[in-house]
Design a protein around this ligand. Structure first.
Ligand SMILES: [Mg+2]
Length: 110
């Protein structure tokens, strides 16, 4: 199996294997869910700081920080029993027919 051909499910399974090996916890009894959500927030902040400082490559660069976010989301989702690939596709399907009233939202948009 070439690493670049992994599905989200296969990537999630690998993350769980590594979490087990490294002691990050692989069950609800072994983790603090609130702490894992906080750690996802932390990775988002790190990614934004990397972007802000135009540091794209390397250990603390934007690419790897974005990877950290996804890893932590996949880790927590797997422990919570969420089929994240299915969830993403279901939400994209909902969003496909959804309209946002940009006049009421303080967010830049195209
Ligand atoms: Mg990080």
């Amino acid at each position: 199996m070439r690493m670049k051909d992994l599905t989200i499910k296969e990537l999630s399974d690998l993350i769980i294997i590594q979490a087990k090996e490294k002691g990050f916890g692989v069950s609800l009894e072994e983790i603090d869910v609130a702490e894992k959500f906080a750690l996802i927030h932390g990775e988002v902040a790190e990614a934004f700081e990397a972007y802000r400082h135009k540091k794209n490559e390397g250990k603390d660069g934007l690419s790897m920080e974005m990877g950290d976010i996804v890893q932590r989301v996949l880790h927590l989702s797997a422990i919570l029993g969420i089929d994240i690939q299915k969830a993403i596709l279901e939400k994209m399907d909902i969003n496909k027919d959804r309209d946002w009233d940009w006049k009421k939202i303080n967010e830049k948009h195209a």
